[in-house]
Write a protein that binds this ligand. Structure first.
Ligand code: TYD
Ligand code: ZN
Length: 410
């Protein structure tokens, strides 16, 4: 089956789901094609709000075997992300008591779920941890092994045995930017509970829905992201599985994320947990009305961006995108931008260069293409890395078009 329709909320089981944003039928945002005439299959893309636990979730679930067949994402490309990972490893270390094994102090052990190319685990290793990754994509698992990181090539599930190669269970399990991809959250968290050492900690990082709503980041909506989280539903699903949240931190990464720390053994619940919960409620994020006005702001972005791009094209200007991100593809396809509007999208990931974006079929080009083809404008299709992109292109003297949080030209 290619996809199935969601009937109940994946956290609380409620049937009281209401649609607040419909982006139409869209291709899978990471399914880059090898030829300009490659046709991408389209699937419905709309978001529902659970009126009982406030989880936002897609109306359908695309078969993961189709979604993740050739996952091109490669996290180590960005310095911002590398530094973020190092800081995460440090803060995990600060929470752990020394580990004594057979009378001697031994290394702590960190396991990363959906470990990608091992970017986070390299930082844990630099902080003195033994490490292990679990990664469903074959090419990424292989990349990570080449860096000397033991990696199981598998989805994370309570039914699987990960052949943990350490004398004790992990002291830290991390799941950064994977929670949104998981349909069966309860099974996922039960697998964490089963594999985590008794006094260990589980750290989740997810883009925080309040930022997506406040900053109109509708482009982070695509078929891989099944859920859009507040702390409220996250806390609920962790509790069902015997994990208690004791700390919440806010981070700028990916347009604003929350880092949620939980444990099997009770720890002192820090004020950050209650402050975050209270603020969500006070600011209206547990209320459907908030989401309605968001969807009209999204429609305005579509019309404003379309207007600017067609005006500049008529004037004969050359426009490139920078960052062949999945979110860029939602933006481009929803706003109806085509490969005659945009000459190409620049990306520094070697695996992406030479391919074409799904839907609009825009060629993905390497950075040095800009040396011979001077752009008049760069459309920020990876706005989360806009300062890095500006640094790389500042010498070209072009202008920048931003679509998020609202359309503007700089
Ligand atoms: P990203 O925002 O990480 O992911 P998503 O696909 O989830 O929306 O995508 C950023 C893209 O931008 C990624 O393809 C790498 C690319 N990129 C560069 O090419 N050069 C850079 O300097 C940076 C920071 C990113
Ligand atoms: Zn719910």
């Amino acid at each position: 089956m290619e996809y199935r329709v969601l009937k109940n909320c994946r956290v609380c089981g409620s049937e009281r789901l209401r649609e607040y944003l419909n982006l139409g039928r869209q291709p899978l945002a990471n399914s880059l094609s090898n030829s300009p005439s490659g046709k991408s299959k389209k699937y419905p893309l709309s978001v529902l709000f659970c009126q009982d636990c406030s989880l936002s979730q897609l109306s359908i679930i695309v078969n993961p075997e189709i979604l993740y067949k050739n996952y091109p994402y490669n996290s180590s490309v960005s310095n911002t992300f590398r530094n973020h990972c190092l800081e995460l490893a440090h803060s995990a270390k600060m929470l752990l008591a020394p580990r004594i094994y057979r009378g001697r102090e031994s290394k702590h052990f960190a396991l990363d779920i959906a470990s990608n190319d091992g970017c986070l685990l390299e930082r844990f290793r630099d902080c003195g941890f033994d490490v292990m990754g679990v990664e469903p994509s074959k090419n990424l698992a292989e990349k990570s092994r080449l860096k000397g990181i033991p990696t199981a090539n598998s989805f994370w599930s309570s039914n699987r045995d990960y052949a943990l190669c350490d004398p004790h269970k992990p002291d830290v399990i991390t799941a950064t930017n994977v929670f949104a991809h998981v349909h069966d959250l309860e099974d996922f968290c039960r697998a964490v509970h089963k594999n985590l050492s008794k006094d260990g900690i589980f750290i989740i990082e997810v883009p925080y829905l309040t930022n997506m709503i406040r900053n109109n980041q509708f482009d982070t909506i695509y078929h891989e992201h099944l859920s859009y989280f507040l702390l409220r539903p996250l806390k609920m699903v962790l509790r069902f599985c015997g994990l208690d949240v004791f700390r919440v931190e806010h981070r700028d990464i990916h347009g604003g994320s929350i880092r949620v720390y939980s444990s099997r053994e009770k720890r002192k619940v820090e004020s950050s947990v209650w402050m975050t919960m209270n603020k969500e409620e006070r600011d209206g994020f547990w209320d459907f009305k908030t989401y309605r006005s968001y969807s009209s702001r999204v429609r305005k972005i579509k019309s404003d961006l379309g207007r600017i791009i067609s005006r500049e094209k008529k004037l004969g200007k050359k426009i490139f995108g920078y960052g062949a991100s999945a979110k860029g593809n939602t933006l481009i396809n929803y706003c109806g931008i085509t490969n005659t509007d945009i000459s190409g999208i620049i990306d520094d990931t070697p695996d992406k260069v030479g391919k074409f974006t799904p839907g609009a079929s825009i060629p993905i080009l390497s950075h040095n293409h800009l040396d011979t083809n001077h752009p008049d404008y760069i459309l920020m299709t990876a706005w989360n890395f806009s300062s890095e992109i500006k640094e790389k292109t500042g010498h070209l003297g072009c202008r920048y078009i931003y679509a998020i949080p609202e359309v503007r030209v700089d």
